[in-house]
Write a protein that binds this ligand. Structure first.
Ligand code: FAD
Length: 141
């Protein structure tokens, strides 16, 4: 089955809390691992940015489930493509909050890949999103 990568972003509902994030992480890890889906989910500035890698069919099924989730809205696909290799292999789904890390180091990466100082993947290119996630992933290891 074709190995693929999906990048999308969305806006969290106003009352999203820590328990919701924990639930999303638990469900993602439970569901993704058996079907070979890996990736990273970043949350900051009330916005989600997620990268899913795995078999194309499983990525589609997972994404179709995710977009029905009422904990977020304005879901926007940033990129979907076949890939030769995964970049995010360590976790079935790693969930990271920008607020958990040093403001200086996070701001540096945001500014490096954005035209503005706030985290806003709706205004970033797919390449910028990918590079941001790779660099942010390294920071949080
Ligand atoms: P069940 O608990 O059986 O869920 C059944 C249904 O209820 C689903 O339609 C679910 O969307 C909905 N639901 C459950 N809890 C809530 C709640 N607290 N509020 C609103 N609706 C709810 N899931 C993955 O499997 N992999 C991922 O990578 C992944 N990433 C996500 C990223 C984001 C930004 C968000 C918001 C959700 C993500 N989820 C992910 C969760 C996904 O949307 C579903 O909630 C989950 O896959 C349902 O798993 P389940 O059928 O085993 O759980």
């Amino acid at each position: 089955m074709n190995l693929s990568r999906l990048i999308y972003c969305s806006r969290a509902v106003a009352d999203l809390d820590y328990e919701d994030l924990k639930d999303i992480m638990t469900k993602s890890q439970k569901n993704n691992q058996p079907v070979g889906v890996t990736g990273i989910l970043c949350f900051g500035n009330t916005i989600f940015l997620q990268i899913l890698e795995g078999p194309r069919q499983e990525i589609s099924k997972t994404y179709n489930r995710i977009i029905q989730d009422t904990r977020h809205f304005d879901t926007e696909i940033i990129d979907f493509q076949e890939i030769e290799e995964r970049l995010f292999t360590d976790w079935s789904m790693r969930v990271v909050q920008l607020g958990d890390f040093s403001r200086d180091s996070v701001n540096h990466i945001i500014l490096k890949y954005s035209s503005q100082p706030e985290f806003n993947p709706f205004k970033m290119t797919s390449k910028q999103c990918l590079n941001f996630m790779m660099e942010f992933g390294q920071l949080t290891k």
